[in-house]
Design a protein around this ligand. Structure first.
Ligand code: IFM
Length: 440
């Protein structure tokens, strides 16, 4: 890598991120069925109908995984606490689930890793999905109850709590585009989910404030969006796409409003009196998590219904996901967020990474493309810091190869290779390169 730890401000955190369902093994420890289990069981939804039942078996191997995180010289570890593990039916507590996270947090602290918790990284208990999931307003209050339960157990030891991971994926990708659980293509359900996921954030944040927590935020994903050509309709389509993907959540949280371009489509289907929730949604946060992966080019499709837009991957080199590698987009978002929305508020890059078709050969995974990827995105982060943006840390996605949702186990994002037959962990060349760069 072309940087060293001291190229970043003192106290800048380097870490890796994971999420519960993608690594733990949901069949263990009394966790309840989630809407991902049922989505995966439906034909054509997930590659080979794979699910998170075993995943990386982190449930039994977390000590080894955290040893590897510590040995890489990392400062922090981003993880999520599965609602369905802690409350299998979404309402009643599973003591084993609480014990697991209690031990996990202690194991991080024993290794000198700051625990960065995310409350919801997509494991909606099936019992709540049956009642309408995120289209149902009641789910927000239930999420508040889950927040209370898990925070009462581990809140005294976590460095940071993010309420929701990537609300765009929870709401739009899952209820409008149908690519993630629950796999709906329904504008009414999508409009409600777009609002309710923010109401859940606001509800959880209020519960956390009641407990005196002052290390709270949310993790949003951003996708660099540009018009594909000079056609004014393409410019409009790109603006609408940007409003849905990049502005809806951050504007609600920081300004208490939704962008007009997005409301044009959603307003007729929104829950009644949604405006009354905006005060709760826009309570101040303590930090913002930014997930960034790629750029999309947008063309107009006036023959189609709203949002009259078609997105395609940008023209540059692609990852195994087919996503364009576009580090400038990260710099641009960090600056845009500071300038337009959060000012001096601490920002963490909570996810950035790439999938590649990695193989172990003679005990080695030589992932040079990932080394360049990380280097270039950390350079973009450094540029943003030089531009005056208050970026406090960077978490690579992901520590381990894992369950990549609708793509099953096929896409490998990890710094550490996982053989899904034997579950053997093999640190990749990128793990070793990052370790050398961030060594003290
Ligand atoms: O694997 C996901 C993660 O769960 C959320 N952010 C994007 C990653 C890569 O697709």
């Amino acid at each position: 890598m072309n940087f060293q730890r001291n190229d970043f401000p003192t106290g800048f955190l380097f870490g890796a991120a994971t999420a519960a369902y993608q690594i733990e093994g949901h069949q263990f420890g009394g966790a309840g069925s989630t809407h991902w289990d049922t989505f995966a069981a439906g034909p054509g939804n997930v590659v080979r109908a794979e699910n998170g039942a075993l995943a990386c078996d982190h449930y039994h191997r977390f000590a080894e995984d955290l040893d590897l995180t510590r040995d890489a010289g990392m400062d922090a570890y981003r993880f999520s606490t599965s609602w369905a593990r802690v409350m299998p039916d979404g309402r009643n507590v599973n003591p084993e689930g609480l014990d697991f996270y209690d031990g996990l947090v202690d194991a991080m602290l024993e290794r000198g890793l700051q625990p960065f918790q995310t409350l919801y990284h997509w494991e909606l208990p099936s019992a709540l999905a049956d009642k309408g999931g995120w289209a149902n307003r009641d789910t927000c209050a239930y999420f508040g109850d889950f927040t209370d339960v898990i925070t009462d157990r581990i809140g005294d030891r976590v460095a940071s709590i993010a309420t929701i991971n990537e609300p765009w994926c929870v709401a739009y990708l899952s209820h409008f585009l149908g690519h993630h659980a629950p796999g709906l293509r329904d504008i009414r359900a999508a409009s409600r989910a777009m609002h309710h996921i923010l109401l859940a954030h606001g509800t959880a944040l209020a519960r956390l404030r009641d407990k005196g927590m002052s290390n709270c935020g949310i993790v949003l994903n951003f996708d660099h969006t540009e018009p594909n050509d000079a056609d004014p309709d393409a410019t409009q389509a790109a603006a609408t796409t940007d409003a849905i993907f990049n502005r809806w959540f951050i504007e609600a949280i920081t300004k208490g409003s939704y962008p007009t371009e997005a409301l044009e489509g959603f307003a007729p289907h929104m829950p009644e009196n949604w405006q009354d929730d905006m005060e709760l949604i826009s309570q101040p946060i303590d930090s913002l998590g930014v997930n960034y992966y790629t750029r999309h080019m947008v063309s107009a499709d006036q023959g189609a219904v709203w949002p009259h837009a078609v997105s395609e991957d940008g023209p540059g080199d692609k990852t195994q996901m087919g996503w364009e590698i576009y580090p400038d987009g990260l710099r641009s978002f960090l600056s845009r967020l500071a300038h337009d929305y959060v000012g001096e508020l601490p920002i963490y890059v909570t996810e950035n990474g790439m999938a590649w078709n990695d193989h172990v050969k003679d005990g080695v995974v030589d992932d040079q493309t990932r080394i360049r990827f990380i280097d270039d995105h950390l350079a973009a982060t450094r540029h943003a810091i030089t531009d005056g943006v208050n970026v406090r840390g960077f978490f690579y996605w992901s520590l381990l190869d894992n369950y990549e949702w609708a793509f099953g186990y096929e896409k490998r994002f990890g710094l550490i290779h996982v053989d899904f037959e034997t579950l053997k962990r093999t640190p990749k060349a990128s793990y070793h390169a990052l370790k050398s760069a961030i060594a003290r």
